[in-house]
Design a binder for this molecule. Structure first.
Ligand code: HPA
Length: 270
């Protein structure tokens, strides 16, 4: 696996010559729109990248972007890989290991999620402060891939300094920023009403099908991590959510998300 990671990183370095991004962004469902704000220098379809899986979900464009955003060089995933597509979480997180080899130090991940906290409204942004992993496949299972330790603590997975920076940005622009616990479910079904209630009882504020495996691997690579969810539906009210609804809400929220990411990047000291 390490050989493949290094092979892909080397290939990307040759393609993106001179580019040395220290920040990686993952654009989740519907949030592909945010890429319009990035001054893209190089765009590579996942299918053209050696050893990359290929994203199969509608609304996930499936390409890697190198460009400038918030005054810094970044690499962005437009579309991500999910466990429910049939990949193992080791496969879905392959790009994160590659980013580490490229010299990335900070990961900013976004997703669409169902709200479980009854105080949340559709269209709210929720900063992830902690997570619950219910995907039945652990990305670090198997032989340990250096440099991370075999037994990785996750108590500090979401960077307090990036969370408070995001809070300051929201205050400055006068928009509501929620915070809470994100639960990753396997998908591809959305949850039943009974499951939404159960996950709320477990302590989750929002629920989705991604992000957690990527954060685990990024932490294993000692990256500083930040995660944010767009609340696209309310699991405490209805279990009749559609993918279109999720994408439309994420689209509406994209400008706020983009502003937040831009100012976060402007202010991150690496
Ligand atoms: N459940 C799981 N994943 C989701 C949801 C949901 O309600 N909304 C958006 N992604």
């Amino acid at each position: 696996m390490l050989d493949k990671i290094k092979e892909t990183a080397l290939w990307l370095k040759t393609q993106a010559k001179g580019f040395e991004p220290k920040i990686a962004i993952i654009l989740g469902s519907g949030l592909g729109n945010l890429e319009k704000e990035i001054n893209v220098k190089l765009e590579i379809a996942y299918k053209d990248i050696p050893n990359f899986p290929v994203s199969t979900v509608e609304g996930h464009a499936g390409k890697l972007l190198f460009g400038n955003f918030g005054g810094k060089e970044i690499v962005a995933m437009s579309g991500r890989f999910h466990y429910y597509e049939g990949y193992s979480t080791k496969e879905t997180t392959f790009p994160i290991y590659v980013f580490y080899q490229l010299g990335v130090k900070v990961l900013l991940a976004s997703n669409a999620a169902g709200g479980l906290n009854p105080g949340f409204r559709i269209g709210d942004l929720m900063v992830i402060t902690d997570h619950i992993n219910m995907i039945p496949d652990h990305p670090l299972r198997g032989k340990n891939i250096p440099p991370g330790p075999r037994f990785l603590p996750l108590g500090d997975a979401y960077s307090p300094r990036l969370i408070s920076l995001a809070e300051r940005i929201a205050v400055k622009h006068d928009f509501t920023l929620r915070d809470g616990i994100y639960l990753a479910d396997s998908g591809p079904t959305y949850e039943t009403m009974a499951e939404y209630r159960m996950y709320r009882l477990l302590g989750a504020d929002a629920i989705g099908m991604s992000t957690v495996p990527e954060i685990i691997v990024a932490r294993h690579c000692d990256m500083e991590c930040f995660g944010i969810s767009v609340i696209t539906n309310s699991g405490y009210k209805s279990a009749l959510v559609t993918h279109e609804e999720v994408k439309d809400t994420a689209d509406d929220v994209a400008p706020r998300m983009s502003l937040l990411f831009k100012e976060l990047i402007e202010n991150i000291e690496i």
